[in-house]
Write a protein that binds this ligand. Structure first.
Ligand SMILES: [Zn+2]
Length: 446
């Protein structure tokens, strides 16, 4: 094992796991030998086949019989397939990644039905490939990784000098291959208790801006990252070039690699920007309030009726903006797990709350505010507002109301409290409203 100069392309990520608390993931480059690569390739193929075949069966059953499919049923079908002559080869790879892909699909459908995600898609041979190994399917000895069905250790490059790889005890190992041909292995490790952060006494409202990435209730702006813009333009150029090449040609394959590389650079730049932004926010404030960020691709009618018919118009602001919009879910996810980790509060304000057209000084509500209007004066109290700064202040006020600091002003918001990764839907609680303390009760099952 070497401590390589690959550190720049590596990410260390953490996420919250609903069942086991917090997780840390170490993602490393890995270099399988040809035999291992072939074996992993077969595993990816089987994972993809199981995913696609299951998705297809689900889809068809829903349309012919009008009913959904449970995880148990998909699992039973998998066992069935393994016994057939045509699909007997499924038994030749580790059964764990196949089982895991069924679980992922089950979760993907739960998210879809809850409105948190798009309809699950078929996996393509040319996309990113991955296989998830749980504890029974891998073994780590002296920092050597052995996967099920493999006899030799998988070589990987460890890039965290402060962490001794012989001491980590992963609950899951994910092997993946990017479309550009790079291989990665991710070690997911459950970590202990959150590390509480001393109170700072500050609360911040965040309005995701049009011109800037975000405007804070303090009046500060977080600019869109410039380097991302350049990388996004590169990506677009490579995509145009690829589109001009003939399908199936060698040149097209080469162009495709370039697209994949440019894609990876955009992804890393975006991820890096989001991590720096969210870490900075979480360090500064005891309470952070953000708007609810809906998943792109939800019904356009829902969009049309929001106060900010917004996103559509915002998207026109450029490629950069589109890429960041696609990352807004990730922005929220990072804030959720980072606030959970240090024991601070994240409040998610209902997207129907008219944060832009309410006067943050007197509460006057405008009947209409065009997106092009950047500044306005309240007809009631004559306060002059910067549109986004005013919105951020309102988001903060709504957030604080729900967080219990100013009971009685709740405007419909979700609250995610320290030690809990659960957030409650504001729409669902509309009837019950806020509880007497102004803090909506947290519910299980979210
Ligand atoms: Zn006013």
């Amino acid at each position: 094992m070497v401590l390589g100069d690959h550190a720049l392309v590596l990410t260390r990520d953490r996420w919250t796991c609903k069942l086991t608390g917090l997780r840390t993931a170490y993602k490393c480059r890995t270099y399988p030998d040809s035999e291992q690569a072939a074996q992993l390739g077969r595993t990816f193929g089987c994972v993809r086949l199981v995913w696609n075949k299951t998705l297809d069966a689900r889809h068809r059953r829903y349309h012919t019989e009008g009913r959904s499919t449970s995880y148990t049923e998909t699992d039973a079908a998998l066992s069935q397939w393994k016994r057939t002559e045509d699909l007997g080869f499924l038994s030749e790879v580790s059964s764990v990644p196949l089982q895991q892909t069924l679980r992922h699909q089950h979760t993907a459908f739960s998210n879809f039905f809850a409105g948190r995600a798009k309809y699950p898609r078929f996996k393509s041979r040319t996309g990113k490939q991955s296989a998830h190994y749980t504890r029974s399917a891998f073994r780590i000895r002296d920092a050597q990784l052995f996967l099920a069905k493999q006899t030799t250790p998988l070589r990987f490059v460890w890039s965290w000098p402060e962490v001794d790889p012989t001491t980590i005890n992963p609950t899951m190992v994910v092997v993946s291959r990017e479309p550009d041909g790079r291989w990665y292995v991710t070690f997911a490790v459950d970590t202990d208790e959150p590390e509480p952060q001393p109170p700072t006494g500050e609360a911040i409202g965040v309005d995701l801006g049009v011109k800037d990435f975000a405007v804070l209730s303090t009046g500060e702006t977080i600019a869109n990252p410039k380097h991302l813009d350049r990388k996004a333009r590169n990506l677009a150029r490579y995509q145009r070039r690829m589109a001009r090449k003939q399908r199936g040609s060698n040149n097209r394959r080469k162009a495709k690699r370039k697209v994949a590389r440019a894609h990876r650079k955009v992804r890393h730049a975006r991820q890096d920007f989001l991590h720096r932004t969210t870490t900075n926010l979480v360090r500064r404030a005891d309470t952070i309030a953000i708007e609810d960020l809906h998943v792109d691709g939800m019904t356009s009618s829902a969009r049309g009726t929001t106060e900010q018919p917004g996103r559509n118009v915002k998207q026109k602001a450029g490629l950069n903006r589109r890429i960041l919009d696609a990352a807004l879910g990730e922005f929220r996810r990072q804030l959720e797990y980072k606030t959970t980790r240090v024991g601070t509060t994240l409040v998610v304000v209902d997207r129907w709350y008219p944060s832009s057209k309410t006067c943050s000084a007197c509460g006057h509500l405008l009947s209409n505010l065009k997106l092009s209007v950047r500044h306005w004066t309240c007809p009631d109290c004559r306060t002059r507002h910067d549109r986004d700064h005013n919105a951020a202040k309102n988001i903060l006020a709504a957030g604080q109301a729900v967080a219990g600091q100013h009971p009685g002003q709740a405007c419909g918001a979700d609250v995610s409290r320290a030690g809990s990764s659960r957030t409650q839907s504001a729409m669902k609680q509309e009837l019950s409203g806020a509880s007497p303390t102004g803090i909506p009760a947290l519910q299980d099952g979210e």
